[in-house]
Design a protein around this ligand. Structure first.
Ligand SMILES: [Zn+2]
Ligand SMILES: [Zn+2]
Ligand SMILES: [Zn+2]
Ligand SMILES: [Zn+2]
Length: 401
């Protein structure tokens, strides 16, 4: 049995896909679910026990304990901790092991790293890839150690998980394995974040904490903490702004002309067109122009989409350009079961607009990020299984090889 859908934002993507099965679709147009960002009406709804899809801020970890290891959570190029981009709650209803299933996407905010990443993604495994974009799949069965097996009721009875790994006080994202040696209270995922926190004020706060906590032994000493402690304010001001991801069927937009007068829209229509036009200027080849035109036409149905999602095995990404696409051999096998990976979602650069990323030459930018996941959503002993991302940059000259 599925968790009952209560609100639009909680509709799981697979259940939307299911309703589409009844409708005869064109051979070449698989049903696609679109994701849009909105400021959450109630930030509580983005907590893990509501199984959110969200962008920016900190991740709502599905498995709150077995978080990604230090090696997998850092940029393969500069070695710094990755930043949370978005997560999509995408359960698969035909297996109990995927009753809850969320995909998490992280990336290094450095464009220099993303340019390097272009060379890495073309390396064929088993050659080691050092990526600046990483995707994790986490899944739980209906009966699990952290959440009620009943759907949330959206009242006071909803409880968050009482246990979870202590997180980094700076980024609020990754496990805080390193402890401040003087207050023994602040925790960090990395030396870098410890330094950032120290400089931004922990230097002063540290002394106060050391004095006040001397009498009471810290409850975080075993590396776990209660949920109230976990929700401690995140010190970093460099995280991307937080949004809820709302989904809609792309077919909903088929009959409507693109709307101009939607007052709830966050992006002024003109500005969105500018973004798209400026991308267009970069293209040189005719194939890219053709590909871009059809990409633009499809996106124009709902220009504010930040995400395209499909659980259909035949679904394909909508490529902005014909160059710089992976061939079958460029998509690796599953790290865990060695089975095939399957395209599942793509992220559009519109998200950067909502994140307030500037349109400068060296600002973070991409044409699309496509995500491939294990076709079988296999089990493995790790809480967060690393999947595969393919990035197409908006400037063909920047692409490898
Ligand atoms: Zn980096
Ligand atoms: Zn950190
Ligand atoms: Zn300290
Ligand atoms: Zn697998």
């Amino acid at each position: 049995m599925e968790i009952e859908v209560k609100r639009n934002s909680l509709e799981n993507f697979s259940s939307l896909q299911d309703t589409d099965d009844d409708i005869e679709e064109d051979e070449d147009e698989e049903p696609v679910t679109l994701g849009f960002v909105e400021k959450p009406k109630n930030p509580i709804s983005l907590l893990p026990h509501f199984f959110p899809s969200k962008a920016g801020g900190t991740p709502a970890w599905l498995d709150p304990v077995d978080l990604p290891s230090e090696k997998s959570r850092t940029c393969g190029i500069c070695g710094e901790p990755l930043q949370f981009l978005l997560q999509v709650y995408a359960p698969i209803s035909d297996k109990d092991s995927t009753f809850h299933r969320t995909l998490f996407v992280f990336m290094c905010p450095s464009m220099a790293c993303l340019l390097q990443d272009q060379h890495q993604q073309w390396k064929r495994r088993p050659e080691k890839q050092c990526r600046s974009v990483k995707v994790f799949r986490c899944q739980l069965s209906r009966s699990n150690a952290y959440y009620s097996s009943e759907p949330p009721k959206y009242d006071k009875t909803d409880k968050s998980s009482r246990i979870g790994a202590a997180l980094c006080n700076w980024c609020g994202t990754w496990k805080g394995e390193k402890v401040c040696s003087s207050c023994r209270s602040a925790r960090y995922c990395s030396e870098k974040h410890q330094v950032m926190h120290w400089r931004s004020g922990h230097k002063l706060a540290c002394q106060r904490i050391s004095i006040s906590s001397q009498s009471s032994e810290s409850s975080t000493s075993n590396g776990r903490t209660t949920s109230t402690e976990m929700s401690l304010a995140v010190a970093s001001n460099a995280l991307w702004p937080e949004f809820e991801i709302i989904n809609e069927d792309e077919s909903e937009f088929d009959t409507e002309a693109p709307e101009n007068n939607d007052s709830s829209s966050l992006v002024p229509k003109d500005q969105m067109d500018d973004t798209i036009e400026s991308l267009m200027e970069n293209f040189e080849g005719d194939d890219d122009k053709k590909s871009w035109a059809s990409f633009h036409e499809r996106i124009a149905k709902a220009p504010e989409q930040v995400l395209r999602y499909s659980q259909d095995a035949k679904a394909k990404p909508l490529w902005p350009m014909s160059s710089g696409r992976p061939s079958k051999a460029d998509i690796p096998k599953c790290n865990y079961c060695n089975g095939p990976l399957c395209y599942e979602l793509q992220i559009l650069p519109q998200l950067l607009y909502y994140f307030g990323v500037k349109n400068d030459v060296d600002s973070l930018d991409w044409a699309t990020i496509t995500v491939y996941t294990c076709a079988d959503s296999c089990e493995a002993s790790v809480g967060y299984k690393e999947e595969f991302a393919w990035v197409q940059l908006s400037s063909p000259s920047a692409m490898a090889p």
